[in-house]
Structures are given as C-alpha cells and as structure tokens.
Write a protein that binds this ligand. Sequence first.
Ligand SMILES: C[S@@+](CC[C@H](N)C(=O)[O-])C[C@H]1O[C@@H](n2cnc3c(N)ncnc32)[C@H](O)[C@@H]1O
Length: 299
Amino acid sequence: MTLTSLVSYPDRGQGGRSEFRGNCSPRLVQDLIEHYKPKLFYDPAIGSGTSRDVAQSMNVPGFFSDLAQGYNVLESEPPYTGFDMAFWHPPYWNIIQYSGPGGQWGGAGNPGDLSLIQDYGEFIKALNEATFRIYETLKRGGRLAVLVGDVRRKGVLYPIQRDMRWYGTPDAFIVKAQHNMVSSRTAYNGNFVAIVTEYLVVTKKADAWIVPLRVTEAKQTDTRKWSGATWQNLVRAGLEFLGGEAELPALYECLQEHRRVQESSQKGVDWQAIVRRELQTRPHFRNVDRGRWCLVQPA
Ligand SMILES: C[S@@+](CC[C@H](N)C(=O)[O-])C[C@H]1O[C@@H](n2cnc3c(N)ncnc32)[C@H](O)[C@@H]1O
C-alpha cells in the first residue's frame, strides 16, 4: 500500500498482541518498512513485539527491546547504532500503566517506566530525552518515526504530539485512525470531542551534529500589551472583563491600560469617542441606562 498522510487499519494484521493495551497495528510498521526500506531497524519499546514481528517477517534485522525486558531507553544503549529507521511508540502519558501492580506487564513499578510519571510536564521532559536518545542512534539520512496519541484528562486536552519536541527535519506527519481502543468504549457525556486519532511524526536525520529542533512553548500572554486589537473587540473584551455590564467611566478606566488606547492617546486621538461609537453602532452592545452598557447576543 502507498503510505499517505492518513492511515486506517480496521483489520489489525499479524504481529504483536492485540490484547496488549496500547499495541499498534503491524500494518503501520509494514507500510513504514515498505516505504522507507530500512536496512537496520530499532525499536526500544516494543511492548507486545509488533515491530519486531513485522521486521522479522520482512527480513529486516535490527535491535528490539522494551523496559519489560530490562532495557530502559533513558539509560540503556543498543549493542550497535547507525539505524536507518527507529520506531518509537511511547506510553500515552499515564493513561495505560505498564509496570507495577495493575500494569500491562505488572511486577514492581519500574522507576524508568514513562507511564508511571504523573506530572504531565515531567512526562514530556522524559519523552523528549528518550526521543533524542533514539534519534542519536540513527545514521545520517535515517528516519525517526514517533507514534503518539493525545490524551484527555478530567476534560483537559493534553496534545502530546504538539507538546513534544521534534528532532530532525520533518519528513511526514501521518494521522492514524484508532480502532478498538478501550477508551472508545468509555461513555463520554458528549461534552468533549472524543479522541479517535493518533499521529506518526517522521523526521529525518540530515546531519551528524546539527539537529533541526521544533519546540513548543506554552505560555500565557496579556493581550493588553499588544497594539493589534480592533476597537470592537477591545470594547467587548473590556465589558467581558467587567462582568458583562459597566458604566462608561469604569469601561474607560479598564481600557486605558491597553496598548492600542495608549498609542491612540499619545497621537491625540479621542479614543473615548471611538469607544462610544463602537457601543452605539455594534449589535452586541446595548445601552441599559444612561451611560451604562451591557453585552448582548446579536439577533
Ligand atoms: C505504547 S506501548 C508500545 C506498544 C507496542 N508498539 C505494541 O504494538 O505492542 C509503550 C511501551 O513503552 C514501554 N516503556 C515505558 N517506559 C520505557 C522506557 N523507559 N524504556 C523502554 N521502554 C519503555 C512500555 O513497557 C510499553 O511496552
């Protein structure tokens, strides 16, 4: 099959174990191997053995292991490096626990187990560290394929594919439909968009030393420091900030901190007149009393 940026494998295929939670379709690995034709393959977290089984059936040698076999990607080293392709299918944060009581392979909790990290930021840090260790094992021109799914916890979306670092030159971003997940059988109350896809991020190691890096920065920004707001949105945000209704002097006082207002003021523009014009002409503002305005739903 030709590999495209959208894949779906309702029929899982042969290899690994479908009962192993978080397993992936052998067909995905098969498509990757058919497309990139690696001579040497690496998977440091094989879980039920999907990639190993597929690579073996396609006569592609390599190194395949997992924390369950004592191989901690954050500390261990493969016996040789210079792989053409590495497949990295990390845990879905702590959604499916692997080691420890109740985990997929049980036993004692393993401190190296990424699925035991409870703090999301710490998980992303460990994921990045592991991803770079895997990237380093590639030969120049080799591909790293990272399969990750986003997670929703207590209604909050954690977009792992967006928050993790991308090491290497982006080569493909493949959206994969998820099938037969336990979470898809969970009754959602309809408030949230159910996650039914995951992503395969394929990057290329183009240089021995220089690594193109994509890093996401999540931060809160106070847009009052920006000058780009339109007057309509500025007035609406001011009214929202004041609880949906306000006297004009309170609205002026609230808005005077805004960069757009300050710049207008410095140029001698009568910005208060602009605010009044917005209030009088837009359908989502209503005059409730003399000098008092509120937000309404436009008809
Ligand atoms: C999503 S599963 C991989 C599933 C696999 N692709 C399959 O089809 O069965 C994630 C795997 O990461 C492993 N793992 C977690 N932390 C690890 C670490 N530090 N080093 C190596 N493997 C780790 C877990 O044991 C688990 O098998």
